[in-house]
Ligand binder design. Structure first.
Ligand code: TRP
Length: 431
């Protein structure tokens, strides 16, 4: 079975080595596998939320697209596009707006953080909050669910957005999915190790800490300049140094083999000067990204080619998104007029004649599922799970057969027998 992996990068600036080591490089590596189907995109609609400088948005989406390609992305192997070239995404965003409760968005960390700051400063709580920011997680859910991604590589700060995407998917499935679950549950992939690339000052490399080393922006000179600013102690050449006293070595690690790492550390212990160590680090990074920089500059000066690649990517993406949005519109009643006799309303009832698993969340905050037979009679009810993921994984397990272990997690409805449940599961599996 292939896994669908999808991720997007906001186009509000340029990329740094943290983005490269934490997202681009591992995503490109994974995209080469045959059992992975990748979707990578420029989140340029999201960019408008916090950047209303058209030139900056335009340049950033170009730079980020060129960076992906320069870093080795094969646009024929993956689906590579600009969010704004897929009109079905804002269409789905609207449908999600109408099934997502406002309360869910009130709880979003990103929005709450702004409100907290405003409140602390005695400002209007919503000062500076536009509706795009408030509804940010809904658009992100549309990005992910439009392509039914299974795995979404993101930073730790995005975990809540994935929970919300699952919440919205479940709600949509429950409302409109009588005959079919439209959306599969997407899960975040947070790689703690890759996330840890430290910046110049040892804290996580991040634009908001102003401690980044640019990936391609500014060329090799900017790379070397930034590296010269990595914080170290003031030991002189010849003095033994503690390799772990600076982020220099950790950044080196991200571009080196285990042998090279050990050798670098040993040289520092033996007294290698910081100036020379910084030069080694810059050379080491440049060995990997120098050749990429040439490609980057090529694309930045051949924007027609970049444009063609992205339009081909949009075509590929829309082969999926167009028919899918039609199906979703249809499910919501937005369909061609026909005689009521043969209209979808009746058909849907007919199609609904099979058992269904439903996943939902109760006011106790826990995640549940239940199984109903074709007539809608309740057969099986689960216990409450702490996460949607556990509930989802248990549903998948139950579909494969009810072991004793699983029986501890579910309860048969009153008067229901095991063969009845088994029959429903078999019917589902027979599809
Ligand atoms: N919110 C993500 C970030 O700030 C960017 C993003 C937008 C995204 N849409 C997405 C990531 C869909 C993964 C999937 O990093």
């Amino acid at each position: 079975m292939t896994v669908r992996v999808l991720t997007g990068i906001n186009t509000t600036g340029t990329l740094h080595l943290g983005n490269y080591c934490g997202a681009i490089r591992p995503c490109i590596q994974a995209s080469r596998r045959d059992d992975v189907e990748s979707f990578f995109f420029m989140a340029d609609l999201h960019a408008l939320i916090k950047c209303q400088d058209p030139d900056r948005v335009e340049l950033s989406r170009m730079q980020i697209a060129a960076s992906w390609l320069a870093a080795g992305l094969d646009p024929d192997k993956v689906t590579f596009y600009r969010q704004s070239d897929i009109p079905e995404i804002p269409m789905l965003n609207w449908m999600f707006n109408c099934v997502c409760s406002k309360g869910l968005m009130n709880r979003a960390h990103a929005y709450k953080a702004v409100v907290d700051v405003n409140t602390a400063q005695n400002e209007d709580p919503d000062a500076g909050v536009n509706m795009g920011l408030f509804c940010y997680p809904i658009l992100m859910a549309a990005d992910i669910l439009m392509f039914n991604a299974n795995r979404v590589p993101v930073g730790r700060d995005q975990i809540q957005h994935l929970e919300m995407a699952r919440d919205i998917a479940t709600r949509f499935n429950n409302i409109y999915g009588a005959s079919k679950e439209f959306f599969v549950m997407p899960y975040e992939q947070v790689d703690a190790e890759l996330e840890l690339l430290p910046g110049l000052d040892g804290r996580k490399m991040s634009k908001s800490y102003n401690n980044v080393i640019p990936l391609f922006d500014g060329g090799e000179k900017a790379l070397r300049d930034a590296i010269s600013r990595v914080v170290t102690d003031s030991k002189l050449p010849g003095e033994p140094k503690d390799p772990d006293s600076t982020s220099l070595t950790q950044i080196f690690d991200a571009f080196a083999t285990p042998d090279e790492r050990a050798a670098f550390r040993q040289e520092l212990r033996d007294g290698l000067g910081w100036g020379e160590a910084k030069k080694r680090l810059a050379d080491q990074i440049n060995n990997e990204i120098g050749p990429m920089r040439e490609k980057y500059e090529y694309y930045m000066s051949h924007t027609d080619e970049l444009e063609d690649i992205l339009m081909a990517g949009a075509d590929k993406a829309r082969k999926i998104s167009k028919p899918f949005i039609e199906e979703l519109y249809h499910a919501a009643g937005l369909r061609r007029f026909r005689s009521l006799e043969q209209s979808g309303t009746k058909k849907q009832q007919k199609r609904a004649a099979k058992p269904t698993f439903k996943q939902y969340r109760e006011s106790d905050g826990k995640f549940y599922f239940k199984l109903a037979d074709a007539a809608g009679k309740l057969l099986l009810q689960s216990v409450g799970f702490d996460s949607g993921k556990e509930a989802g994984m248990t549903v998948s397990a139950v579909k494969k057969g009810l072991t004793d272990e699983l029986m501890a997690l579910v309860r048969l409805a009153d008067g229901v027998t095991m063969p009845e449940v088994q029959e429903a599961i078999d019917a589902l599996n027979a599809e």
